[in-house]
Design a protein around this ligand. Structure first.
Ligand SMILES: O=C(O)C1=C[C@@H](OP(=O)(O)O)[C@@H](O)[C@H](O)C1
Ligand SMILES: C=C(OP(=O)(O)O)C(=O)O
Length: 442
């Protein structure tokens, strides 16, 4: 199978948990760190390595996109990729798949190329917000040709001429933080660097990702000032090649921890970083608030679940990717639970609020929908088909619900290839007790 192609649909009978989960899980590398490492490596003045990269559709599309504009990326060793930057050149075509990181992080890099770079992606990628990137690059002096209907979205072509002036720029990044991350990474290579401000009715969502990009830029030698709220200043200068070490992906770990909660079991995720900029780290706080125990254990983080959840309302603006699997946990429980502050996830791989409300109602839950979230008033347990909308996190959500609903079937689990091709196998191993935690010290 071609790992960067849109996956062919595959139905999946999610495993029902006959007993409490008792599992140790090893999750693959962080999508967001791998994407940033690749981009910063491509922009650097010397070679870099990426240790323990995520090998999944989104990061492989990033690799292909970089190769298309002249960057040599060697992915021959699964544990250590090497990146040898070269002058960026067009003409080139970049397939973004459904990856927000590719459709937003690569165009500012492509603007530094010496020829046209055309971007397109999966059908739904054309619906995802990308006006911010297009308008910002135009404001910075790049010429962008739009597709049919002049929509400010995929497909479009960056008619690059080899340089970007940079300087002061105002954007509205309330639809996606990735707009800010994208501009900041390329900014050291702009002639005047960048003085970027966010001005919008709503704050920038997913804030920890901005801490991640600033931290990684500084590690690569960039001069970044983020001391004022909603303003980032990046001085022009060289980025250094270096070794990037990728942490485990904490967003992908979260459904396994929710599985410990749902079944009153015990799940350890190996290699959980004690300090991290990953937004997924917020899951520790979420699980504690729901009344389950979170413990550091030798080699990882352990959740000892308590299935009677404390009713709660959470603002998940900073860690909104937790919403699907957390909403599924709420959707099979009794009590009232709300998730707010996540309006922007309507622009993710699918409109996640609408998709969740639809699927939770199908399993019999009583759910209210808000512009910026949802409330589960009462959970449900009706078996049937859980639709995943080509969205990996909707598949994770269905898996969580399926732990306690015998006979729940996902209409497609292949979409998990976006960030973890082996998710279903890892889930089955965990549920069927094939990775028990013997010897794990609490
Ligand atoms: O910068 C990143 O790596 C990401 C930022 C977030 O995007 P949004 O700000 O669009 O939510 C997050 O949801 C996405 O999965 C990864
Ligand atoms: C929103 C997500 O992805 P993307 O990077 O495509 O925006 C996600 O992985 O939940």
């Amino acid at each position: 199978m071609n790992a960067t192609a849109a996956p062919k649909k595959r139905r999946w009978a999610t495993p029902y948990a006959e007993a409490e989960l008792d599992a140790v899980v090893r999750v693959p590398g962080s999508k967001s760190m791998t994407a940033r490492a690749l981009i910063l490596a491509a922009l650097a003045s010397g070679p870099s390595t990426v240790r323990r990269p995520l090998i999944a559709r989104d990061t492989l599309l990033m690799v292909e996109g970089l190769r298309a504009i002249g960057v040599a990326v060697d992915t021959g060793d699964d544990d250590l990729w090497t990146v040898a930057p070269g002058p960026f050149k067009g003409p080139a075509e970049v397939d973004c798949g459904l990856a927000g990181t590719v459709m937003r992080f690569l165009p500012p890099v492509a603007a530094l190329a010496d020829g046209p770079v055309a971007f397109d992606g999966d059908p739904h990628a054309r619906e995802r917000p990308n006006d911010g990137v297009i308008l910002a690059l135009r404001d910075l002096g790049a010429e962008i040709a739009l597709g049919a209907g002049d929509r400010l979205a995929l497909p479009f072509t960056v008619n690059a001429t080899g340089a970007v002036k940079g300087g002061a720029l105002t954007v509205d990044a309330s639809k996606t933080s990735q707009l800010v991350s994208a501009l900041l990474m390329a900014a050291p290579r702009f002639e005047q660097g960048l003085d970027l401000r966010h001005v919008g009715d709503r704050p920038v969502p997913s804030r920890p990702y901005l801490d991640m990009v600033v931290q990684m830029l500084r590690q690569a030698g960039a001069d970044v000032d983020d001391s004022e709220p909603d303003r980032w200043r990046v001085a022009p200068g060289e980025l250094q090649g270096r070794e990037w070490v990728i942490e485990p992906d904490l967003q992908n770990a979260a459904p396994f921890l929710f599985a410990a909660v749902a079944t009153g079991g015990r799940v350890t995720v190996e290699g959980w970083p004690t300090e991290t900029t990953q937004a997924g780290d917020r899951v520790r706080d979420v699980i504690s608030r729901l009344g389950s125990r979170v413990e550091w254990s030798r080699g990882g983080l352990t959740v000892v679940g308590s299935p009677s959840l404390i009713p709660t309302e959470l603002d998940l603006a900073d860690a909104a990717e937790l919403t699907p699997s957390l909403a599924a946990l709420f959707g099979v429980n009794q009590g009232s639970f709300a998730i707010r502050g996540v309006a922007h996830i309507r622009g993710h791989e699918t409109d996640r609020i609408s998709a969740l409300v639809t699927e939770l109602r199908k399993i019999g839950a009583d759910v209210d929908e808000f512009d910026d979230g949802l409330r589960v008033n009462r959970g449900g347990h009706t078996a049937g088909t859980w639709a995943t909308y080509a969205d990996h996190r909707m598949a994770h959500a269905g898996a969580v619900a399926g732990l306690v609903i015998p006979g729940l079937v996902l209409d497609d689990v292949a979409c998990v290839s976006k960030t973890w091709p082996d998710f279903a196998e890892a889930w089955e191993d965990a549920v069927h007790g094939r990775t028990r935690s013997e010897g794990t010290e609490a």
